[in-house]
Design a protein around this ligand. Structure first.
Ligand SMILES: [Zn+2]
Ligand SMILES: [Zn+2]
Length: 293
């Protein structure tokens, strides 16, 4: 089993290097993301949050109704640490593409004076897109970049919280839904680790949960005749699973077909060509990619 979301910083660096070698077209983008992963790793070591408490009674109701453990707005986050990471990612983004650099430059000048990072974190968790729109208008910055930096600053808190919450999940009662059992978000990746097994990775909190092999997480289609996949011979560890019923797709990593370790946020970025390919073929992503690209 090579999949491990808690890889050390060194292991992530090695994995980034391996992917760059295999897919040179991603060298520049992975230089940037590699630094963000590093900053997130460092930040995660310092991140402290209070575990969310869920009563036995509430747990029973959620399990019966197939509700996720929490709503996104209930995620706890470490304000100080997320703010520090926000500034760090803005600094890194100054060296990225011009659109990102311009927004990062403005954010660095305004954060914690005219603009409070905490308000952005809160708005992101509350799904308050209007606030992002207003800020983007007011400061003449790119809304998508603002969302990307805000989300990535929160990510150490989110993954830490997901790890804490996962202790509430019953191991003997498989979650047969296509949304995350922790936060209810759609999956961003699917993973094959051993023969016959498959798991899904949450697009928001990055929790991994086991799922059926023949299953569309977006419409719960289980009919093998309308579930297909395509892949490219040069990258055998990657494939795109498509559903003819809802016309959505999910990218799959077959960890048995590669020697490198698997760091899902990296795999997501280093397979963007497949998102374009799937779109070209008329399939839609089951997740909003706004926050992550
Ligand atoms: Zn989740
Ligand atoms: Zn479907």
């Amino acid at each position: 089993m090579k999949l491990n979301q808690t890889l050390t910083s060194e292991q992530v660096k090695k994995t980034v290097a391996a992917v760059k070698k295999a897919r040179p077209v991603y060298v520049d983008i992975l230089d940037f993301y590699g630094r963000i992963f590093d900053a997130q790793h460092e930040s995660r070591d310092r991140t402290r949050i209070q575990p969310v408490q869920i009563s036995e009674e509430m747990l029973a109701i959620k399990a019966r109704e197939k509700f996720p453990l929490i709503e996104i707005k209930e995620f706890a986050f470490d304000e100080t640490e997320a703010d520090r990471l926000f500034v760090r990612i803005c600094q890194l983004a100054r060296g990225a593409n011009p659109q990102m650099a311009a927004t990062a430059e403005t954010l660095l000048k305004t954060v914690n004076t005219k603009l409070k990072s905490k308000a952005l974190f809160r708005a992101l968790l509350d799904g308050n897109e209007a606030l992002f729109e207003n800020i983007a208008d007011e400061f003449q910055i790119d809304k998508q970049v603002l969302g990307f930096i805000t989300y990535n600053s929160l990510r150490p808190s989110l993954t830490l919280a997901a790890g804490q919450l996962s202790l509430y999940l019953k191991k003997d009662a498989p979650w047969q839904k296509g949304y995350c059992p922790i936060c209810g978000s759609a999956p961003i990746l699917s993973i094959f680790a051993t023969a016959g097994s498959r798991s899904l990775i949450c697009s928001f909190c990055w929790h991994e949960w086991p799922t059926q092999r023949v299953f569309c997480p977006f419409c719960e289609n289980r009919d093998g005749k309308t579930l297909q996949y395509f892949f490219n011979d040069e990258e055998k560890e990657l494939r795109v699973d498509v559903c003819e019923k809802c016309k959505k797709y999910i990218k799959t990593i077959d960890t048995r077909k590669t020697e490198r370790m698997i760091y899902p946020p990296l795999e997501q970025i280093a397979s963007l060509h497949l998102d374009y390919k799937a779109a070209e073929m008329g399939y839609a992503s089951g997740v909003r990619l706004l926050l992550q690209i």
